[in-house]
Design a protein around this ligand. Structure first.
Ligand code: SF4
Length: 225
Protein backbone atom coordinates (compact mmCIF):
# COMPACT_ATOMS: atom_id res chain seq x y z
CA UNK A 1 0.00 0.00 0.00
CA UNK A 2 1.41 3.45 -0.89
CA UNK A 3 1.80 6.29 1.61
CA UNK A 4 -1.30 8.19 0.52
CA UNK A 5 -3.48 5.06 0.83
CA UNK A 6 -2.04 4.43 4.30
CA UNK A 7 -2.71 8.04 5.28
CA UNK A 8 -6.33 7.89 4.05
CA UNK A 9 -6.94 4.94 6.38
CA UNK A 10 -6.19 7.15 9.41
CA UNK A 11 -8.86 9.73 8.56
CA UNK A 12 -12.14 7.96 9.56
CA UNK A 13 -11.12 7.81 13.24
CA UNK A 14 -10.72 11.59 13.57
CA UNK A 15 -12.78 13.46 16.20
CA UNK A 16 -10.99 16.84 16.23
CA UNK A 17 -14.11 18.97 15.56
CA UNK A 18 -16.76 18.43 18.28
CA UNK A 19 -19.58 20.18 16.38
CA UNK A 20 -19.04 18.07 13.26
CA UNK A 21 -18.63 14.82 15.20
CA UNK A 22 -22.03 15.46 16.84
CA UNK A 23 -23.67 16.41 13.55
CA UNK A 24 -22.35 13.51 11.46
CA UNK A 25 -23.53 11.02 14.07
CA UNK A 26 -27.04 12.50 14.29
CA UNK A 27 -27.99 12.94 10.63
CA UNK A 28 -31.54 11.57 10.30
CA UNK A 29 -31.69 9.05 7.42
CA UNK A 30 -33.93 9.83 4.46
CA UNK A 31 -36.93 7.45 4.37
CA UNK A 32 -35.56 5.69 1.27
CA UNK A 33 -32.31 4.93 3.13
CA UNK A 34 -33.76 4.06 6.54
CA UNK A 35 -32.70 0.40 6.24
CA UNK A 36 -29.09 1.38 5.63
CA UNK A 37 -26.39 1.88 8.22
CA UNK A 38 -24.96 5.35 7.66
CA UNK A 39 -21.16 5.71 7.65
CA UNK A 40 -21.20 8.73 10.05
CA UNK A 41 -17.42 9.12 10.09
CA UNK A 42 -14.94 11.35 8.25
CA UNK A 43 -14.88 10.44 4.57
CA UNK A 44 -11.37 9.91 3.18
CA UNK A 45 -10.21 10.74 -0.34
CA UNK A 46 -10.79 8.30 -3.16
CA UNK A 47 -9.27 7.51 -6.54
CA UNK A 48 -5.92 7.11 -8.23
CA UNK A 49 -3.20 7.81 -5.66
CA UNK A 50 -0.75 8.14 -8.57
CA UNK A 51 -3.07 10.53 -10.40
CA UNK A 52 -2.06 13.91 -11.85
CA UNK A 53 -5.40 15.68 -11.27
CA UNK A 54 -6.87 16.40 -7.84
CA UNK A 55 -10.59 17.13 -7.70
CA UNK A 56 -11.27 19.12 -4.56
CA UNK A 57 -14.78 19.30 -3.13
CA UNK A 58 -16.21 21.02 -0.07
CA UNK A 59 -17.31 18.22 2.28
CA UNK A 60 -19.31 14.96 2.27
CA UNK A 61 -23.05 15.32 1.78
CA UNK A 62 -25.37 14.15 4.60
CA UNK A 63 -26.94 11.36 2.53
CA UNK A 64 -24.08 10.96 0.04
CA UNK A 65 -20.61 10.49 1.51
CA UNK A 66 -21.84 10.54 5.11
CA UNK A 67 -24.16 7.63 4.25
CA UNK A 68 -22.01 5.59 1.88
CA UNK A 69 -18.52 6.30 3.26
CA UNK A 70 -17.15 7.36 -0.12
CA UNK A 71 -16.87 10.87 -1.46
CA UNK A 72 -19.22 11.80 -4.33
CA UNK A 73 -21.15 8.58 -3.93
CA UNK A 74 -24.89 7.97 -3.73
CA UNK A 75 -26.30 11.43 -4.42
CA UNK A 76 -27.07 13.86 -7.26
CA UNK A 77 -23.68 15.58 -7.11
CA UNK A 78 -22.07 12.17 -7.62
CA UNK A 79 -24.34 11.46 -10.57
CA UNK A 80 -23.27 14.68 -12.29
CA UNK A 81 -19.56 14.45 -11.47
CA UNK A 82 -18.93 10.76 -12.14
CA UNK A 83 -20.80 10.89 -15.45
CA UNK A 84 -18.50 13.74 -16.52
CA UNK A 85 -15.43 11.80 -15.36
CA UNK A 86 -16.63 8.82 -17.39
CA UNK A 87 -17.18 10.99 -20.48
CA UNK A 88 -13.62 12.29 -20.22
CA UNK A 89 -11.94 8.95 -19.51
CA UNK A 90 -11.17 9.44 -15.81
CA UNK A 91 -13.75 6.88 -14.59
CA UNK A 92 -14.54 3.34 -15.74
CA UNK A 93 -18.31 3.72 -15.17
CA UNK A 94 -20.96 6.44 -15.21
CA UNK A 95 -22.33 5.81 -11.74
CA UNK A 96 -21.15 6.04 -8.16
CA UNK A 97 -23.77 4.48 -5.92
CA UNK A 98 -21.95 2.82 -3.00
CA UNK A 99 -18.49 1.72 -1.87
CA UNK A 100 -17.21 -1.36 -3.71
CA UNK A 101 -19.53 -0.74 -6.68
CA UNK A 102 -16.61 -1.23 -9.07
CA UNK A 103 -15.85 2.45 -9.68
CA UNK A 104 -12.21 3.00 -10.60
CA UNK A 105 -10.72 6.42 -11.25
CA UNK A 106 -7.65 6.71 -13.44
CA UNK A 107 -5.48 9.81 -13.44
CA UNK A 108 -7.49 11.63 -10.79
CA UNK A 109 -7.96 11.57 -7.05
CA UNK A 110 -10.89 13.20 -5.23
CA UNK A 111 -10.94 14.62 -1.76
CA UNK A 112 -12.76 17.26 0.28
CA UNK A 113 -11.51 20.29 2.20
CA UNK A 114 -13.51 19.15 5.23
CA UNK A 115 -13.88 15.40 5.73
CA UNK A 116 -17.03 15.46 7.91
CA UNK A 117 -20.49 16.54 6.82
CA UNK A 118 -21.20 20.07 8.12
CA UNK A 119 -24.64 21.46 9.05
CA UNK A 120 -26.18 23.25 6.02
CA UNK A 121 -23.01 22.46 4.02
CA UNK A 122 -21.29 25.28 5.90
CA UNK A 123 -18.20 24.38 7.90
CA UNK A 124 -16.91 27.03 10.31
CA UNK A 125 -13.63 28.77 9.40
CA UNK A 126 -11.86 27.04 12.29
CA UNK A 127 -13.12 23.63 11.06
CA UNK A 128 -11.81 24.37 7.57
CA UNK A 129 -8.48 25.37 9.07
CA UNK A 130 -8.17 22.34 11.36
CA UNK A 131 -9.22 19.78 8.77
CA UNK A 132 -7.30 21.14 5.82
CA UNK A 133 -4.09 21.65 7.79
CA UNK A 134 -4.37 18.16 9.32
CA UNK A 135 -5.42 16.22 6.22
CA UNK A 136 -5.71 18.10 2.93
CA UNK A 137 -2.22 19.59 2.99
CA UNK A 138 -0.72 16.18 3.67
CA UNK A 139 -2.81 14.55 0.92
CA UNK A 140 -1.53 17.13 -1.57
CA UNK A 141 2.06 16.51 -0.52
CA UNK A 142 1.57 12.76 -0.99
CA UNK A 143 0.18 13.11 -4.53
CA UNK A 144 3.59 12.86 -6.13
CA UNK A 145 2.42 13.15 -9.76
CA UNK A 146 0.10 16.11 -9.18
CA UNK A 147 -0.06 18.61 -12.05
CA UNK A 148 -3.52 20.19 -11.71
CA UNK A 149 -6.17 20.82 -9.07
CA UNK A 150 -9.82 21.33 -9.99
CA UNK A 151 -11.56 23.22 -7.19
CA UNK A 152 -15.31 22.67 -6.99
CA UNK A 153 -16.83 25.84 -5.56
CA UNK A 154 -15.62 28.92 -3.71
CA UNK A 155 -14.70 27.22 -0.46
CA UNK A 156 -12.45 24.66 -2.15
CA UNK A 157 -10.95 27.49 -4.20
CA UNK A 158 -10.23 29.55 -1.07
CA UNK A 159 -8.81 26.52 0.75
CA UNK A 160 -6.44 25.74 -2.09
CA UNK A 161 -5.25 29.34 -2.18
CA UNK A 162 -4.69 29.18 1.59
CA UNK A 163 -2.60 26.07 1.05
CA UNK A 164 -0.53 27.76 -1.67
CA UNK A 165 0.06 30.71 0.63
CA UNK A 166 1.76 28.35 3.09
CA UNK A 167 4.25 27.75 0.27
CA UNK A 168 4.75 31.21 -1.27
CA UNK A 169 3.38 34.75 -1.68
CA UNK A 170 0.77 34.16 -4.36
CA UNK A 171 -1.76 36.87 -5.24
CA UNK A 172 -5.36 35.74 -5.02
CA UNK A 173 -7.45 36.00 -8.19
CA UNK A 174 -11.27 36.32 -7.97
CA UNK A 175 -13.15 33.04 -8.47
CA UNK A 176 -14.61 32.47 -11.92
CA UNK A 177 -15.84 29.33 -13.66
CA UNK A 178 -13.15 27.94 -15.98
CA UNK A 179 -10.40 30.03 -14.43
CA UNK A 180 -6.84 28.66 -14.63
CA UNK A 181 -4.23 29.93 -12.18
CA UNK A 182 -0.49 29.28 -12.36
CA UNK A 183 1.75 29.13 -9.29
CA UNK A 184 5.27 29.08 -10.71
CA UNK A 185 6.38 25.42 -10.85
CA UNK A 186 3.50 24.14 -8.68
CA UNK A 187 0.32 22.42 -9.92
CA UNK A 188 -2.14 24.65 -11.79
CA UNK A 189 -5.51 25.49 -10.27
CA UNK A 190 -8.75 25.30 -12.27
CA UNK A 191 -12.06 26.55 -10.90
CA UNK A 192 -15.61 25.29 -11.31
CA UNK A 193 -18.90 25.70 -9.53
CA UNK A 194 -19.69 22.81 -7.21
CA UNK A 195 -21.86 20.12 -8.91
CA UNK A 196 -24.55 20.33 -6.22
CA UNK A 197 -28.21 20.24 -7.30
CA UNK A 198 -28.61 23.94 -6.50
CA UNK A 199 -26.10 24.66 -9.28
CA UNK A 200 -26.93 21.87 -11.72
CA UNK A 201 -30.74 22.07 -11.43
CA UNK A 202 -30.70 25.83 -12.01
CA UNK A 203 -28.43 25.61 -15.05
CA UNK A 204 -25.63 27.54 -13.33
CA UNK A 205 -23.43 24.51 -13.97
CA UNK A 206 -24.24 22.60 -17.15
CA UNK A 207 -22.96 19.10 -17.84
CA UNK A 208 -21.55 20.06 -21.23
CA UNK A 209 -19.62 23.01 -19.76
CA UNK A 210 -18.17 20.87 -16.99
CA UNK A 211 -17.16 18.12 -19.44
CA UNK A 212 -15.60 20.77 -21.67
CA UNK A 213 -13.57 22.06 -18.71
CA UNK A 214 -12.33 18.54 -17.92
CA UNK A 215 -11.36 18.06 -21.56
CA UNK A 216 -9.49 21.36 -21.49
CA UNK A 217 -7.57 20.30 -18.39
CA UNK A 218 -6.72 17.00 -20.09
CA UNK A 219 -5.52 18.72 -23.23
CA UNK A 220 -3.41 21.11 -21.09
CA UNK A 221 -1.74 18.16 -19.42
CA UNK A 222 1.30 18.01 -21.70
CA UNK A 223 2.04 21.67 -21.00
CA UNK A 224 1.60 21.38 -17.23
CA UNK A 225 4.84 21.26 -15.30
S1 SF4 B 1 -13.74 17.77 9.89
FE1 SF4 B 1 -11.69 16.90 9.64
S2 SF4 B 1 -10.52 17.52 11.44
FE2 SF4 B 1 -12.72 17.81 11.90
S3 SF4 B 1 -13.39 15.88 12.88
FE3 SF4 B 1 -13.80 15.68 10.69
S4 SF4 B 1 -11.96 14.71 9.86
FE4 SF4 B 1 -11.41 15.50 11.87
Amino acid sequence: MDKLSQFEETIPSCRLCPRLVTFREKVVPKPKFEDETYWRKPVPGFGDTKGWLLILGLAPAPHGGNRTGRLFTGDLSAKFLINALYETGFANQRTSEYRNDGLILTGCFMTAVVKCVPPNNKPLPKEVLVCSSTYLHKEISLLKNLKAVLCLGHLAYDAYFSYMRTIGEFKKVPFKFGLKVSFDAYPKLYASYHPSPQNTNTGKLKSEDFIHLLERIKSDRKTLI
